[in-house]
Ligand binder design. Structure first.
Ligand SMILES: Cc1ncc(COP(=O)(O)O)c(C=O)c1O
Length: 323
C-alpha cells in the first residue's frame, strides 16, 4: 500500500462511524438521523460557508449538564456575524433546540454539534440569497485523544503548515472552511505516527493545535498565546485560565516561541474535544519529565471536577438538561 493510503487506512480503522440513530434538529423540526440531508449543490458544501460549535454534555451525580452552553451559542452567532450570515433563529430558540436535542435523544452524556450553513439556491461565491440551514446533532463521544492521552500525555509534531493568519480569515470564527487548515496539520501528525500536530503562526510563534489551544508551564507559571493572536479563543482555554488564576497560578498570555515550548516544564492542550490533554513529546523532544506534569494534573483534576458538577463555585457554567 502507498504510504498515503496506508496512513488513511490507519485513520479509518481508528475512528468510529457516526451512530445513525436518533433525531437531528433540522431547520426547526426533529427528523430521523438519516433524513437530515442537503442538496449536493448546497453553497456550504462548495465554499465552506458555514459556522458551527462543538459542545459537551456531561453526566454527573447531580444530573446532566451542558458545559458553558451560553458561551458556545454566543460564539456561534459571533462566527456567523463575521461572515455576514444571519442565523434565522434567535439565540434563545437555538439554546432551547440544543437542550431539546440532547433530551430527545436520551443521552446523559454526549457531544453536541450545532451548525449553520448556506444551503441550496445559487452557487455564486457571494452566498447572499441562499437560505441559512441549521442543524443540531448529538452523539456519544469519549476522550478525543483517548483515555491514555489524558493520563500519560500525547506525542506531537510541529506542522509545516502555518495556522491561518488573522489578516487572511477571521480566525476567531469557528467556520467550516477554516478546518481545511486543521486537516493539513492532522494529516501530517498521522503520517508521522504521532497523536496531534501543533501549528505555528506565520511569524513562527506557537499558535495552537488543529482543534485545541495550547499552554506551556515554566516554573509553575502558565503561558498561552494571546486571544487576539492566530488562534480560535477556546472556551476551555478561558475556563482553564479562570480556574488556574482562582487557584493562584499566574497565567501570562504572550507570544510563545518553539524553543520556549520545547524547554517548558509541562505543556498541555485544551479544547471541548481534548478537554485538558498533557503533551509529553514534540518532534521527538521530551517535554519536562515526559509525562503529565504537576500543574497539568492539578488543572486537569479541577477541570473534571468542574464539568462533573463537583465545584459549587463554577455551577453557573453548567446548564442542566433533564434526560
Ligand atoms: C482550531 C481550534 N482551536 C481551539 C479549539 C478549542 O476551543 P473550545 O475550547 O472552545 O472547544 C477548537 C475547538 O473548538 C478549535 O477547533
Amino acid at each position: 500500500m502507498r504510504p498515503q493510503a496506508e496512513c488513511l487506512d490507519k485513520v479509518i480503522k481508528m475512528v468510529e462511524q457516526l451512530p445513525e440513530e436518533g433525531k437531528i434538529w433540522f431547520n426547526g423540526a426533529f427528523v430521523d438521523w438519516k433524513k437530515a440531508q442537503v442538496h449536493v449543490l448546497a453553497h456550504g458544501l462548495h465554499y465552506g460557508s458555514g459556522v458551527f460549535e462543538g459542545i459537551r454534555c456531561y453526566a454527573t451525580e447531580k444530573g446532566s449538564f451542558i458545559f458553558r452552553l451560553k458561551e458556545h451559542v454566543d460564539r456561534m452567532y459571533r462566527s456567523a456575524a463575521l461572515y455576514k450570515m444571519e442565523i434565522p433563529y434567535t439565540k434563545a430558540v437555538m439554546t432551547d433546540a440544543i437542550k431539546e436535542t440532547v433530551r430527545i435523544n436520551g443521552f446523559d452524556a454526549c457531544y453536541i454539534r450545532p451548525i449553520a450553513f448556506y444551503g441550496y439556491h445559487h452557487l455564486g461565491v457571494n452566498p447572499a440569497g441562499n437560505p441559512v440551514d441549521c442543524a443540531i446533532a448529538t452523539w456519544r463521544w469519549g476522550a478525543y485523544l483517548g483515555e491514555d492521552a489524558l493520563k500519560n500525555g500525547i506525542r506531537c509534531i510541529f506542522s509545516s503548515w502555518c495556522r491561518i493568519d488573522p489578516r487572511t480569515l477571521p480566525v476567531t470564527a469557528k467556520a467550516t472552511g477554516h478546518y481545511l487548515n486543521s486537516q493539513l496539520a492532522v494529516f501530517e501528525a498521522t503520517e508521522r505516527g504521532v497523536d496531534e500536530a501543533i501549528m505555528l503562526d506565520i511569524n513562527g510563534y506557537v499558535a495552537e493545535g488543529p482543534g485545541e489551544n495550547i499552554f506551556a508551564v515554566k516554573n509553575a507559571i502558565l503561558y498561552t498565546p494571546e486571544a487576539e493572536s492566530a488562534i480560535l479563543p477556546g472556551i476551555t482555554r478561558d475556563s482553564v485560565i479562570t480556574i488556574a488564576r482562582d487557584i493562584g497560578y499566574e497565567v501570562v498570555e504572550k507570544p510563545i516561541t518553539k524553543a520556549e515550548l520545547l524547554s517548558a516544564d509541562e505543556a498541555f492542550f485544551t479544547g471541548t474535544a481534548a478537554e485538558v490533554s498533557p503533551i509529553r513529546e514534540i518532534d521527538d523532544v521530551t517535554i519536562g519529565e515526559g509525562k503529565r506534569g504537576e500543574v497539568t494534573s492539578v488543572l486537569q483534576k479541577k477541570f473534571f471536577d468542574v464539568v462533573n458538577a463537583k465545584e459549587e463555585k463554577y455551577m453557573s457554567w453548567l446548564e442542566p438538561v433533564s434526560i
